[in-house]
Design a protein around this ligand. Sequence first.
Ligand code: PMP
Length: 509
Amino acid sequence: MTEVAVEELAEPYLRGVLATAGLDVEYVRGEGDTLYYRRGDEEVPVLDLVGGYGSTMFGHSHPELVAYARELLAAGTPIHAQFSRHPYANDVAAGLNRIIRRETGSDESYFAIFANSGAEAIEAAMKHAELERYARVEGLRAEIAAHAEAARAAAADGVVDAGEVDAAVAEATAHNEALFAATPLFLAPVGSFHGKLAGSTQLTYNPVYRAVFSALAAQARFVPVDEPGAIDDVVRSESRWLHDVVADGGRVTVVRRPFPRFCAVVLEPILGEGGIHEMPEAFVQDVQRLAGELDIPVVVDEIQTGMGRTGAFLASSHLGLRGDYYALAKSLGGGIAKAAVMLVKASRYQSSFEMMHSSTFAKDSFSCLIAGKVLDLLEAGDGEVYRAAEERGTELLDALRGLRTEFPEVLTDVRGRGLMIGLEFAEQGEAGSGILRELHGSGFFGYYLAGFLLREHGIRTFPTSSAVHTLRFEPSALISSADIARLTEALRDLCREIRDTDGGRLAPV
Ligand code: PMP
């Protein structure tokens, strides 16, 4: 029988792009930091440093997690039992609260809203922040209406001029209604990545992911993180004022009241897809101060940085950054479940949100029970995994820093913390070699570097999505010294190829 070519229907364009860089490999098995693809009858091992984009802190197919998942399925655990008691979700929420209290010293509880993906957790946070803002706006609307009523009453009593009151109230109402109807703004750092759904993509800096969809939802103003006071300037220029008509002491005055235009500040402690950049201390302080002054909630996106990756459960805890909200996903599911959660400080929590927001799949027993097990693994042995992340990360960072010293013309920076590390390669737009200039010009430079490492060294890494000259290294906490040595050797070969040759081995044949 002749074989019929299978039509490519699941994102064929993307597959084509991956093929150009030699990255269209099918992995058939994963174990720890190793993925295997098939070549003929053999399985070829690949050292995986992409780590599921941050979702495999415990490696692929962690034996305890897999055994537990099997047990749950074998026992017929009901996975979709919506609108019933969910003690397993409560256990996860309680576990998260215990850890957050320990790390941040917070004595306030956080309520949990579960989700299925990182972007969804961010969107839940955006909606909840808008619900908070809405409550404030409605409060102001009522106060201003009451003042207008009082002014009219004063006019009826002849204390103030009725015509003046009517005119002022008409002007203020028109002005205020326009503000009430306007979409709010979010504040986020330049370089942020918070997801690609209709709302969260507005908080994602890269215009490739955002620009086309900007008409779909509320916008962010992106703030440079390395200019102290920049966030104040943005807020100042975007601030708006409500008009409040007040009759007092026989006079009608229009008082300006600050309009709550900003829904939330949303930020990653370390920009992930933006190229692995930790938030500078001064920026964190600016955010914290300004948010406090204006009562804007701070949403800390720990989707990639969290779950112990940086040597603490929350990367924000290293920076003294405190969230009114936290978003977690990726490794929360232990590399086998799709789990995400959004946490909101009790003092800000709007319980009506629970009636407004839900998903068929969120808060299901399977993902919650796996997440609970993941938290147990993380917390076991008095923080063994956190220490491993820090130690392994330091070893990897040191190795990469050594390479940077060896190849200063090829490598421009090494950044990161724990198991979230970026290695930045120099621009090649002006390279002597035509091949390097062409690969640079393709806009996929980092993907060609990744293709080289995969083909020639059996190592899997990718650039960060919005900074394609930075390769990411996000292995599991199990990464061995031998693996680090292997990576270093492979990168040395890559650097030599770029520095000493025309880069021909970077372009797949
Ligand atoms: N926030 C951050 C910081 C992320 O890194 C990502 C994914 N890379 C997301 C949000 C979106 O998560 P998801 O892909 O699960 O929607």
